[in-house]
Design a protein around this ligand. Sequence first.
Ligand code: GMT
Length: 376
Amino acid sequence: MNIGITCYPVAGGSGIVATELGHELAVRGHTVHFISYATPYRLDRFQTNLMYHEVDTTSYPLFKFPLYTLTLASKMAEVTRNFDLDILHMHYAIPHAACAYLAKQMLSAGNEKLPKIITTLHGTDITLVGSDPSYYDITRFSINASDGITAVSKYLADETREVFKIEKEIRVVHNFFNELRFNPGGSQCTKTEFVNDNEFLITHVSNFRPVKRIPDVIDIFERISHEVPARLLLIGEGPETVMARRQINKSNLSGKVIFLGSQSRVEAVLPCSDLFLMPSAEESFGLAALEALACGVPVIGSSGTGLMEVVEDYQDGYLFPVGDTASMAHAGVALLKNPLRLQEFKKAAAANALKKFKADKIVSEYEKFYGEVLNG
Ligand code: GMT
């Protein structure tokens, strides 16, 4: 198949999933064309059948805002025409699904071959941004105008049906990981580079947006560090970084916190961790948590979110209501203080992740869905 993929190229779950999917599809022999305003963050391996088409964002004094949606739609139509695309796979509904619709209308007006539009919903496009009144109608319209819709969890599919009153099928295709990259033995560093022999390493990876509840991450760590020797490894960068540094200084934790900033190869350090924290307010799936589990790291996070489909509660992690940092810390301490149980959780984390979310399984689900949409 010839597949066009559009995603946000910056660090973030939806872009990572789209990029890894593109890589995997190319390995399977499909031709993949990324269409975006910058090279996607994890598009870091060369494959002859994987291309990138940059979208112009030319400005003009009259345009107060860059007209990216128009240039993106135009580029989608151009790439579809030039490379005979069968599918335009949009990751994150806003504005990508609307742009794909526009591209299809342009091709239709010229009586050209039309691609099928598949939209994958990732989370905040539904739970935060899409449900905002100013985006609601266009989001609902473009989801309905897609030929196929997928969501990265049942939680998100249900939420979409409820919030947007969608009656079409929303296929659940979970996020995935490549087990050659993410596994407990894949570490490229030693734990002692971060902690002393007797200390535990606790990790958080995110884009440091408010939805990640960074103050809770620090609060949980502070409570844990009062009970067991530990250090906190923070990976990522975002609007909450400055506040995080302030909170860390105020709590006298700066000697115990390591800021690595944004990293594209988290699999190199994740296996050194003992615990991963994801106390988000919303999480449609929690790709970063899955990548931690795959590396054999138990997860402590928020219940009532998509994490319930990723973490096996009491087997490879613990989930508590959003904001219940006391219970999260308490469970973390109990686990770290029990070496036997910690080992069991670490083993279960990698095994459960492999059983449910390995790339091979999930990419086949996408391929099958492509086939159904093309023939449907
Ligand atoms: O988590 C973020 O803020 C990034 C966001 C994105 O769209 O890039 O992530 C969302 O998509 C990921 C990939 O499907 C999911 O694993 C994340 O759970 C989801 N984030 C939220 O729902 C907050």
